[in-house]
Design a protein around this ligand. Structure first.
Ligand code: B12
Ligand code: SF4
Ligand code: SF4
Length: 377
């Protein structure tokens, strides 16, 4: 009965720049429910997930008139034109691709709102509830059920057309649209993502220990545990390694939405200027990208770690200043660690001097770690 409306919705979705659309039932996501419970019991969740396993897998608990879910995907670019090079003396960090251009939450929400208005126009009794990332539903499980893509061993939804470089969102509706058919999983014998993951966060195909995933670790606000500090490299927000290596993403680089085009100076910013950035500067420069949602501190901490990992001697002066004067213990302590890693004579003298004044136990411990990293003479 709603087949014509479904066709109209699909047609309209193309007109408003939705790259892929699929329809799913509102049956309980029972496999996912078990999975969420297991992940919780193992301590493998990130803590960013909203809702409990019951709510997350029962669409009718989220919207009592629920009859179907419309899942959408928008493809984002994987390559940057004129990417600036990270050079000696002007080292750069990187934001993951999902943080290039305007925050995708807004882009997808706008598309879904437009789709909702269309639905209402065609069928005045239509009701819907929109979710993009921050809702209870698993956007991936919905997309998988709606035939948008299959679930890869790297956990990402992989679409045959755009690879895994797609953002996902959905709309629960009160219209009983005919569901689409899920796609066959197509990883085959490949295990490249599992093999390359820098921290071993992919425990096995399709199972992530989020607590070890660099994408998660870049978003924490406390000291980064020492054993992850080298692995973070120059990443300021997120991690793309298990997608970059994926053969299904080979040649996939879509520039279909102007708002998603990265500003190279934001997506690959110089590290040193980040250290002393004011809140206002941060908001003005980075406020519109998705990677800023945790605020300035994690980005600054990661920038300090990146300078340490680069052993960037030109940053020593700035790092000393930060170690001596920044009011935030995490920033002072991480700077001490980075100075030790860079290992110049000046760094050593500065850490020793700063230890005389430092009162915070954790920062003092980091300073000792910094001293231990210095080359032995
Ligand atoms: C929490 C979260 C994170 C956490 C945890 C990620 C994870 N893998 O669970 C952290 C911070 C680490 C993270 C990182 C990233 N995230 Co994130 N994240 C989320 C969020 C908010 C919830 C995910 C969740 O509930 N995970 C719990 C797991 C258990 O479920 P799931 O992955 O959603 O669902 C799959 C599994 O459950 C699996 N499954 C179920 N049962 C079983 C049983 C078996 C045996 C197996 C094998 C699998 C399996 O099938 C489901 C469908 O694929 C979603 C938005 C949302 N509301 O859904 C975005 C989301 C998953 N993230 C997204 C993105 C882009 C990323 C990053 C690529 C960003 C980056 N570049 O740094 C990385 C990728 C890391 C990775 N390898 O997964 C996109 C994914 C798009 C896509 N194409 O898949 C989403 C959907 C946001 C969006 N709306 O676009 N993320
Ligand atoms: S995002 Fe990075 S750390 Fe996380 S699973 Fe993928 S490769 Fe591993
Ligand atoms: S790298 Fe290989 S195993 Fe991993 S998601 Fe891609 S195809 Fe699947």
């Amino acid at each position: 009965m709603f087949q014509v409306l479904k066709e109209e919705v699909i047609h309209h979705s193309k007109e408003i720049g939705i790259d892929k659309i699929g329809f799913a039932s509102v049956d309980v996501f029972s496999t996912l429910k078990e999975r969420l419970r297991t992940q919780q019991a193992l301590g493998f969740q990130s803590g960013f997930e909203k809702g409990n396993p019951e709510e997350r897998t029962t669409p009718k608990l989220l919207f009592d008139e629920a009859q179907s879910i419309i899942s959408i995907a928008l493809a984002y670019p994987s390559k940057m034109e004129n990417a600036p090079r990270s050079t000696k003396g002007e080292r750069r960090g990187q934001f993951c691709r999902a943080s290039w251009g305007k925050d995708y939450h807004h882009i997808l929400r706008e598309k879904l709102e437009k789709l909702g208005e269309f639905l209402k126009q065609k069928h005045p009794d239509a009701k819907y509830k929109i979710m993009v990332d921050t809702g209870e539903l698993s956007d991936r499980a919905v997309a998988e059920r709606a035939g948008i893509g299959y679930s890869g061993k790297n956990c990402s939804i992989i679409t045959p057309e755009f690879g895994s470089y797609v953002y996902l969102g959905e709309m629960i509706t009160n219209i009983p649209f005919e569901p689409d058919t899920p796609l066959e999983e197509d990883c085959g014998d490949c295990t490249l993502c599992i093999d390359i993951c820098p921290t071993g966060a992919l425990v096995q195909g399709g199972q992530l220990n989020a607590q070890k995933c660099i994408a998660f670790l870049t978003q924490t606000k406390d000291f980064l545990p020492e054993h992850f500090r080298n692995e973070i490299g120059n990443r300021l927000y997120g991690c793309d390694t298990c997608q970059v290596v994926c053969p299904k993403n080979k040649g996939k680089n879509f520039h279909l939405h102007d708002e998603m085009e990265p500003d190279p100076e934001i997506a690959k910013p110089k590290l040193r200027p980040l250290l002393k950035m004011s809140n206002r500067e941060f908001k003005e420069k980075f406020g519109f990208v998705s990677g800023s949602w945790r605020g300035k501190k994690p980005i600054q901490r990661n920038a300090i770690l990146a300078l340490g990992n680069y052993r960037d001697e030109t940053a020593v002066e700035d790092l000393i200043d930060v170690m001596q004067h920044d009011p935030r213990p995490v920033i002072r302590g991480t700077a001490a660690w980075a100075l030790g890693k860079i290992g110049t004579r000046e760094s050593e003298d500065a850490i020793i001097k700063a230890m005389e004044k430092e009162k915070d136990e954790q920062v003092l411990a980091e300073m000792k770690k910094g001293l231990a990293l210095l080359p032995k003479v």
